[in-house]
Design a protein around this ligand. Structure first.
Ligand code: FES
Length: 147
């Protein structure tokens, strides 16, 4: 389905523009500029306002992202438990820095706040699936599941 079709489904839903953005992102992994412009038309708001909504929520991204989005929890308990070393392992394995996407479009690295898995820190998520208590030594095997 194209952006227009997805967005139009939420036209009459209260606060529908956020849900529409969510749905577009689910399909395309980010919010392309054309989708934001289309949403502005459909919800009858200025483009700047639609863009403001798209950039306000940290779970929405206006930057192209990889097929697999890896998030690393940067809240204090994970940080103390060694999230930095996990970040270094991810950056080394993928050859990109935090916030970047691999050239083949397969992986994006992002930070996140606590994802509620603090019983075993540090925590990463891959496409929303949590991996708790990860160590740098486990990173290669976790990535292999998604390569
Ligand atoms: S602090 Fe990292 S999951 Fe809660």
């Amino acid at each position: 389905m194209d952006y227009k079709g997805i967005i139009a489904k939420y036209k009459d839903v209260p606060g529908g523009i956020i849900e529409a953005f969510h749905a577009v992102q689910k399909q395309f992994n980010y919010l392309p500029e054309e989708a934001i412009v289309e949403a502005a038309k459909i919800f009858n708001v200025p483009v700047a306002e639609a863009y403001g909504v798209a950039t306000f929520y940290s779970y929405l991204s206006v930057e192209p992202r990889g097929k697999n989005v890896i998030r690393i929890c940067e809240s204090a308990p994970c940080h103390i438990a060694g999230a930095d070393e996990v970040v270094a392992a991810l950056e080394r394995e993928l050859g990109i820095m935090m916030g970047e996407t691999t050239d083949d479009g397969k992986f994006t690295l992002e930070y996140t706040e606590c994802v509620g898995q603090c019983q075993a820190t540090p925590v990463i998520t891959v496409n929303g699936k949590p991996y708790a208590g990860v160590s740098p030594a486990q990173i290669a095997a976790i990535l292999a599941e998604y390569r």
